[in-house]
Write a protein that binds this ligand. Structure first.
Ligand code: ADP
Ligand code: MG
Length: 262
């Protein structure tokens, strides 16, 4: 998950999409806060103090294994874990590319989905994660201020040779007065919007202020239902997915996901 502009909801969407995939489909989900500003993602869905942050565990990467990693995570809810981000941009400089790659490789066998909040960063650290990602969601709002930077971000992703099929546009906070029409945003971005998420201040503010996932507090709210739709694009239908265990994703499905993204 990457954005062109702060405040468009990238952290909120990443954290709550993670919760929705775990809650709705019984999948094991890890959300990683790589946004490198103020480590706020964990507090959107949890009131627990993170035992560790990404820069902290980079310092222990040499002795990292699944058990140590597990002790460093916030266990938000059944199947939904979270790796907290750097508390500030100075701490964030301690995140090293090789260490991050190693930590993700330790985590990967234990999760069906790993979602990473990149914030607005395009640099060697985020590019190494983008390279490994099966899908890149670009989060934006239907606002004039997002037009130019959003287009620029998409141009950069294309210049980095990520295939168009790997990139999906998420239009968050739709339905507010004086928003730019979706068709205009699509013209500016030169691509269709894949996911539309409504502005839902009452449900979002209630959930964020309690440090709870919105799908737990207001399951039937407009934003929760839209997130369920987004999760359905990523996870298989509940009939086949509900009872799946960590690592139970079949080799065939992995292959299909990879093929789809290339
Ligand atoms: N769909 C939405 N409806 C209402 N408020 C939202 C929605 N998405 C995000 N927000 C709010 O917008 C603000 C910025 O969200 P945040 O996730 O921190 O943005 P970013 O990570 O892109 O900087 C937060 O107060 C968040 O609760
Ligand atoms: Mg953020």
């Amino acid at each position: 998950m990457i954005s062109c502009k702060g405040g468009v909801g990238t952290s909120f969407v990443t954290a709550n999409l993670g919760d929705t995939i775990a809650r709705q489909y019984g999948k094991r989900v890890l959300v990683v806060d790589l946004s490198r500003h103020f480590g706020d993602l964990a507090h959107i869905v949890s009131d627990k103090t993170p035992p560790s942050t990404l820069p902290d565990i980079c310092g222990q990467a040499d002795r990292m294994d699944a058990a140590l990693l597990d002790a460093c995570l916030v266990h938000v809810d059944n199947g939904f874990d979270l790796l907290a981000g750097a508390a500030d941009p100075v701490q964030a400089t301690h995140i090293q590319k090789e260490k991050l790659e190693w930590i993700l490789s330790v985590a990967q066998p234990n999760y069906d989905f790993i979602l990473v909040d990149m914030g607005q960063n395009i640099d060697p650290l985020s590019i190494s994660v983008l390279d490994q990602s099966e899908r890149i969601y670009v989060v934006t709002e239907p606002a004039v201020a997002c037009g130019r930077p959003g287009r620029r971000l998409l141009d950069i992703l294309h210049a980095l040779h990520y295939p168009a099929s790997k990139i999906q546009l998420v239009l968050n906070r739709t339905g507010r007065k004086s928003e730019v029409p979706r068709a205009t945003m699509e013209d500016i971005f030169g691509m269709k919007v894949a996911v539309v998420l409504p502005d839902d201040p009452s449900a979002v503010e209630e959930a964020v202020s309690h440090g709870e996932p919105v799908g737990k507090l207001s399951r039937r709210s407009a934003i929760s239902r839209a997130l369920q739709g987004m999760a359905a694009q990523l996870a298989p239908p509940p009939e086949s997915g509900r009872h799946s265990k960590a690592g139970a994703i079949s080799p065939l499905r992995r292959l299909m996901l990879r093929t789809k993204s290339t």
